[in-house]
Design a protein around this ligand. Structure first.
Ligand code: ATP
Ligand code: MG
Ligand code: MG
Length: 354
C-alpha cells in the first residue's frame, strides 16, 4: 500500500494522518521533538534531527511521497530527501513561502495586490522604506514568523533602532499598514492532473496575534468571492502546486490584498472537517497521493474556534454542547499553545452577502 511521509508531527500532521488512515493509506512522521501529537495516530514515527542524514535517507526510502505540515524545513534536508522521493507540494512552493520577501515578489510577479513593501537589511533601508511607504507600517522578519511573532508595529514616533533590535537584527520586510474591513482566507487545492478546487472563503478573527475564529460563509460579495477563488487558483497554477494551500487575504474597499500564503493545510481550514463533504486534510492527502480531488463543497455553516492554552479547560462544558470537538492530545498546557479546536455547526449552508 501507499505510505505518505510527513515532515512535522504537530496537530496538522496528526489530522493528515487520520485522513490518510481513513483512505486506507499509511503515514510515516519525521519529527525531531519527543512525543509529537501525530505520533498517537501515525503508523510509524522517526524521531531524528533534520541534519541526521542517515535518518532522512531511511525515512525517504520507506515512503512513496513526502509532504509536510510546516514550511520551515531546512533546505539541506530537502536536498537530501528530494534525491530519494518526490516532495509534494514542490520545492518552488516552499522556497517562495519560506521567505516573506520572496513571497511578496512572487505575488507581485503575478500582478496580485500586496501591501506596499520594502526589503530591510539595516537602519538605512528601514528609513528609506518608511519614506516610501509612510510611517504606519509593520516590520516583519523575513523567515520563521508565525502567530504574529517576529513583527513590530511602527508609527511616526517609533524608535527605529529598537524596532530592528526587537527583530533580532534579522533581515526583514517592511509592510505598509493595510486598512482592511476584515480578513478572509481561501483554502485551495490542486491535484497532480492540474485540477483546482477551492473551499468557500472563511472570515478570520485573531486574538493576541493568534487565529481565534474562522466563520463560513465569510461576508463577501459574489464578485469578491469569485476574485478570492480565482487568485488562489492563479497562485496554485503558477507554482504547479500539488496539495492544499492557505491564502490569507485582506478585504478592503479597493479590492482583495494578499497577506500571505502557506504551502500546507491551514488552521483557517479546520472548519471543513464538519462543514464539507471532503475536508482539507483528505483533500491534501488525495492530491499528494495522486488521487483525483474530492468534492469540497460546503454543506453547513460553521464557526471554528481555536482552543488556545487554558481555553482547553472549557472542554468539560463543551462536551455537553453538541459541538464537534477536535483535541490534539497535547499534555502540557502553555499560553499561546494550540490545544484543540471546536467546530460549531450553525446550520445548513447559506449565503452571506456583505
Ligand atoms: P500566521 O500565524 O497566520 O502565519 P504571521 O505571524 O505569519 O501569522 P501575518 O499573517 O503576516 O503574521 O500577520 C498577522 C496579522 O497581523 C494579520 O492576520 C493581520 O491581522 C495583521 N497584519 C499583518 N500584516 C498587516 C498589514 N500589512 N496591514 C495590516 N495588518 C496586518
Ligand atoms: Mg504566517
Ligand atoms: Mg497570517
Amino acid at each position: 500500500g501507499t505510505t505518505i511521509g510527513i515532515l512535522g508531527g504537530g496537530q496538522l500532521g496528526r489530522m493528515l494522518s487520520v485522513a490518510a488512515s481513513r483512505l486506507g493509506l499509511k503515514t510515516h512522521i519525521f519529527e525531531p521533538g519527543q512525543n509529537p501529537p501525530a505520533a498517537d495516530v501515525a503508523h510509524r514515527v522517526t524521531t531524528a534531527s533534520y541534519d541526521d542524514n542517515a535518518a532522512l535517507e531511511q525515512f525517504a526510502s520507506s515512503v512513496d511521497v513526502i509532504t509536510y505540515e510546516f514550511e520551515n524545513i531546512p533546505v539541506a534536508a530537502l536536498d537530501r530527501l528530494e534525491t530519494l522521493c518526490p516532495i509534494r507540494p514542490n520545492r518552488k512552493a516552499l522556497a517562495v513561502s519560506q521567505d516573506r520577501l520572496t513571497e511578496k515578489d512572487f505575488l507581485k510577479s503575478l500582478s496580485l495586490a500586496t501591501a506596499p513593501y520594502a526589503n530591510v537589511e539595516n537602519l538605512e533601508d528601514l528609513k528609506s522604506g518608511l519614506a516610501q511607504i509612510g510611517p504606519d507600517a509593520i516590520l516583519k522578519t523575513r523567515r520563521f514568523g508565525y502567530d504574529g511573532k517576529g513583527q513590530v508595529r511602527l508609527s511616526e514616533t517609533s524608535d527605529l533602532n529598537a524596532a530592528l533590535q526587537d527583530l533580532g537584527g534579522a533581515p526583514a520586510v517592511l509592510e505598509g499598514l493595510v486598512h482592511f474591513t476584515h480578513e478572509v482566507s481561501v483554502i485551495g487545492a490542486r491535484g497532480m492532473d492540474g485540477q483546482v478546487a477551492c473551499f468557500d472563503p472563511g472570515e478570520n478573527v485573531h486574538r493576541d496575534g493568534i487565529l481565534h475564529t474562522t466563520t463560513v460563509p465569510a461576508p463577501l460579495s459574489t464578485a469578491q468571492k469569485t476574485d478570492a477563488v480565482l487568485l488562489t487558483a492563479q497562485i496554485l497554477n503558477a507554482l504547479e502546486y500539488v496539495g492544499v494551500m492557505g491564502v490569507e487575504l485582506f478585504v478592503t474597499h479597493g479590492g482583495l490584498i494578499v497577506n500571505e500564503i502557506a504551502p500546507r493545510v491551514h488552521n483557517s481550514g479546520h472548519w471543513t472537517q464538519n462543514g464539507c463533504v471532503i475536508d482539507q486534510f483528505e483533500q491534501h492527502i488525495r492530491a499528494v497521493a495522486g488521487w483525483p480531488l474530492g468534492d469540497g463543497s460546503r454543506h453547513s455553516d460553521v464557526m471554528m474556534e481555536n482552543l488556545i492554552g487554558n481555553d482547553v479547560d472549557r472542554v468539560s462544558e463543551l462536551v455537553h454542547q453538541g459541538v464537534a470537538l477536535h483535541l490534539y492530545g497535547k499534555v502540557d498546557v502553555k499560553p499561546g499553545r494550540k490545544m484543540g479546536h471546536v467546530n460549531h455547526v450553525v446550520g445548513p449552508a447559506g449565503v452571506q452577502q456583505s
